[in-house]
Design a protein around this ligand. Sequence first.
Ligand code: PLP
Length: 392
Amino acid sequence: MKDIKELDHQYITGTYNRFPVTITWGSNDIAYDENGKKYIDLESGYGTNSFGFCDSDWINAVEEQLHKVQHTSNLYYTEPCVKLAELLARRTGMTNMFFTNSGGEANECALKAARRYQHLHKGPDCYEIISMKNSFHGRSYGALSATGNPHYHEGFEPLVPGFKYAEFNDSESVESLVDANRTAAIIVECVQGEGGVNVMTQEFADALTKLCREKDILLICDEVQAGNGRTGTLYSYEQLGLRPDIVTTAKGIGGGLPIGICMFNEKTKNALVPGTHGTTFGGNPVACAGALSIVERLNDGFLDSVKRKSAIVFEAFRDAPGVAAVEGLGLMIAITPASKKASDIVNECLENGVLCITAGPAGEKVRLLPPLTVTEEHLKQALKVLLRAFAE
Ligand SMILES: Cc1ncc(COP(=O)(O)O)c(C=O)c1O
């Protein structure tokens, strides 16, 4: 039989530049490759394995559900999605959830719901959506059109009409694009992930709140990457005092199974009614049972541990040789090298047994998204490898 990498190149669509490593198994923050080489994982599948590889409580929840019902159509009630929705409502104050299978689809749902809400309230001309430059919201056409980075648009135009792009953290830029009769919603990441781990300023958050209230514009927070404990609170918008009308999330809430959620508040909860939206797999009981076991454990003590480990990383990189800047929130962190290429640092780390990735429009930063359960011991070991790679 051919090598897995050769077969991958032969049979898998070539959209991914993979590292030359096949991950064969893992346990919490440790991954092993096909040769038994060990890696400390500071990537967690783009922040998806929030409780690491093969977390036993998550496995038990998933397995238990697998022995009951693996799937039904949305024509029938099932328990796990309802329990998860109820828990999220209790924890966030949002009132109603639509389940999807990915972050992109959660954003599709949010964009459709925002347009439909405003169609009903302000009329059919109120369909424009403002998103931020450098944002990332997904690859399907609506989410791609909301994504404020021309690199992802190239070759796929024409995009969905009605999207405008403002400068992130620049309220005047947003204001200049607003038309109270035409602007349906503003969609933001409080910490731009793919865009380079750029954290929203309090000033910008306050300006968005004021603008949305005064002009009756819906605020959508994309918490696909920054949500579910990643930044040290359940959702990152909490830290900025934002009160979104719609919240989207995915990645880490599933603990490694595909799930996305679009959450609505009291105002927007009736934007979608029977027949206006749907998905075959959304609300899948197995994915929801796994997600429930994750959210149930994102309590204050756990979130404090995320903040503590975040402080260890910030402290390690502050004034370190070869480091120009360190930024981020919680365990969503980007480090800008002073002169080295970020991709070279990532490759050196891989060579030396640490998994990390790049971030930013030109991949100019090294990004860390460890499992939230990374042990302090492994984190410190990995930081030594990273610091050496930055300094050399
Ligand atoms: C902020 C944000 N939104 C949406 C998406 C798209 O999510 P998915 O790849 O699950 O469709 C991503 C993925 O990286 C993301 O980071």
